[in-house]
Structure formats: C-alpha cells, structure tokens
Write a protein that binds this ligand. Sequence first.
Ligand code: HEM
Length: 403
Amino acid sequence: MSLPLFNPFDPRYVADPHTYYARLRQTAPVQRAVLPDGQAVWLLTRYADVEAVFTDPRMVKDPRSACSPEQLARMPIRPESTRYARTNMLSRDPPDHTRLRRLVSKAFTPRMVEQLRPRVQAIADALLDAVADRGEMDVIDEYAFPLPITVIAEMLGIPAADRDQFREWSDAILTAIPPQPATPEAVAALEGLARYLGDRFEDRRRAPAEDLITGLVQAEEAGDKLSKDELQGMAYVLLVAGYETTANLIGSGVLALLEHPDQLARLRADPALMPSAVEELLRFTSPVKTSTVRYAAADVSVADVVIPKGEMVLVIITAANRDPARFPSPDTLDITRPDNKHLAFGHGIHYCLGAPLARLEGEIAFGTLLRRLPDLRLGVAGETLTWRPSFGLRGLAKLPVRF
Ligand code: HEM
C-alpha cells in the first residue's frame, strides 16, 4: 500500500496546519508518510508520544549513528551535509552534544539573560521610535525580525552594518532546513555565512572583545576540544536557531492577540499576566519549530507501533501543543492557562538553550508594543494574511498594523 504524502508546502496546510494535525492525531497518531522528495518519515502528533521521543536516548539527531549505509545512501543531499551545519549541538548526540552545549550554556542562563533586559528594551523602543509618527507599520519586517537579530548579533559581537546580510542568508538557509532538500541558494548562503563567521573568529583571535565569539575562541585556546567547524557551527546555530523562531513568536503572537480582543484587553489591564501570556502564545502559535527531526537508532515502540531502526521521525511540536488529551480546549487562547507545560521549546537534552532569552524578548516585544501603541489594530483583513512556506517553522510573511 502506498504511503500518504506529507507536503508541508501544500497551500492548504500552510494556511491551517492545525486542522490537518487534529485529524492525524485522532486517526493515525503514529503515521508513516512520504515527503515530497520521496523520503519516508514517521509523523508523531500526540503530546505523550512527542514527549517520550524527546527523552528517548535511542531517538538521535545524527543519522550516521542510526542509519545503515544503504539508508544513508538513499537520503537526499541536504544542507546539513555541509560540514559546519552538521557540527553544531542541535545536530549532534552525546557526548559531543554535551561538550558543545556546556561551552555556551552559561551565557544563556536566566540570570545572565536578565542582565540584557535594559538593552533589549532599548532596542524595542528604538524600533518603535522609528515608526511612531507614521501610524502604521509592518510588524514582521520592522519589529519582529530586527529585534532578535540585533540582540543575538550583539551577543555574538557582529557589526550592526552586517545584519541585513544575515537576514538574507538566514532566509535562504531556513528554506532548506532538514529534511528539505538543499537548494543551490541555500548551500551558497550556508557557505557565505560560514566564510563570514570564519573571518569574525579570526578578528577576535587578533583583537578579543566582550562577546560570545571571543568567549568561544578563548575556550578553544584554553584547551577545549573545539574544531574550526565546531566554532563556526556554534555561531551558526545561535544565529539561526534563535532568530526566525523568536521573530515568529513576536509576529504570530501579535496576530493572535489582535484576533482575540478579550485576551488582549485582559493583558492590557493586567500587565503582570505577561509571563503567562508569553507561555500561552508559545503553545498556541508554536512559532518555532513546528516540528523537529530524530532518527531511530534501534527499533523503538511508540504507542503500539514499532518504528524500525534507521527511520526518520518528525516530532510535530505544533500538534502536541494542541493535543486535547493534555490541554483542555486546546484551540482556545487563554493567557491565564494553568499548568501550561507546552513543548514549544522542545524537551530533554536539546531543550532550547535560548528559552530564557526568547521569553525575555517576547515579554519586552509584546509589552512595549501594547504600552506604546494603545489603539493597535490590524491594517488588513485577517484572511488576507499569508504565512511563509517552510518545512519546520511557521511565521507570517507580513503583518500590517495601524495605530
Ligand atoms: C533548540 C525552539 C529561541 C537557541 C531548540 C529546540 C526548539 C527551540 C523546539 C529543540 C529542537 C530539537 O529538539 O530538535 C525555540 C523557540 C524560540 C527559540 C520557539 C523562540 C520563540 C532561541 C533563541 C536561541 C535559541 C533566542 C539563542 C540565541 C537554541 C539552541 C538550540 C535550540 C542553541 C539547540 C540546543 C541543543 O541542541 O541542545 N529551540 N527556540 N533558541 N535553540 Fe531555540
């Protein structure tokens, strides 16, 4: 029997993944399907299964430790096959994963991140200063993207003038995150970014500064075993993992609030609800990272289905976050939702390193927008908004607003 096609670029799916996942979760929660490039994949849509796979050490990141040579040979060439995209923590398993994560984890603890609050606030204010007199803006291009890229670029120590170039590279790279096939543009962007980061590491070797790239160079010089590819892979993952995801949280979160005026009014009336609102927006919009990939390094039973060794698994975070078995009324936005243990940041050893930073950026982005633009409203009819086609991320192409 032929496998059903899972095409994340189907316009109906792009417009509304939730209806598709709800049906799958009900009828076939552990479903084998085929991607547009012919690769077979398992789709997991239930919270309990997704949570279990995230903590199962037999579900690994690196296909080379899970798949047979024949299985590897059948895989389409993908951007992660370029050396340095493969050498970052997100695509590694222990012990390499543990070693790489430890090198930067200190910079991302809630305490360290809290120190960034004044700077993040100043960036948000400056972005709104630039549009305040105009009465309208595109939230995506003028707020949601520039905020996180500025923050992470400053943390790394990347010159402000180069940030537009980053967005171009990042856009091209993200059109091809695994398991999408690598387009020539994506490979060129990966190579461009790798060369650029390589030069920044050389700069910092010559002239140390107070930034993460210097910290990584010094860790390497102090004897931590960090290859050149790993150094660049680290900067790459920090840039790419933390940028479009946070932009999507801001963009989709603003839309969700504008489409739920009761929730928006509640939040305006009681700004102390902001941390809880951010958690609910993370769950409700699953801005990420709609899904993430694992490979079965052994035959693994999920619910009552055996996923054979070497097969690829798509862990669908968006679907888990709307599972009625875990979240009462999952399709309702409730900024006071209790016990909101969503999986928007993943779970287990790869749990988002940047979660404290993303939460801070979300709180400041929403809080500043609501405080400074009291009569914020959609600039176009909601139905005309379009989502950027993407394999594993979900974000609006534009979000025009008036104020
Ligand atoms: C990992 C989501 C922001 C850095 C992850 C994972 C998810 C995620 C789901 C786990 C993926 C997996 O298990 O395969 C998000 C969301 C964000 C966000 C929804 C914003 C709303 C950030 C930021 C940074 C960051 C701001 C840093 C600057 C990372 C890194 C990893 C990661 C380095 C890999 C961790 C590891 O492999 O141990 N993120 N992320 N993320 N994220 Fe985030």
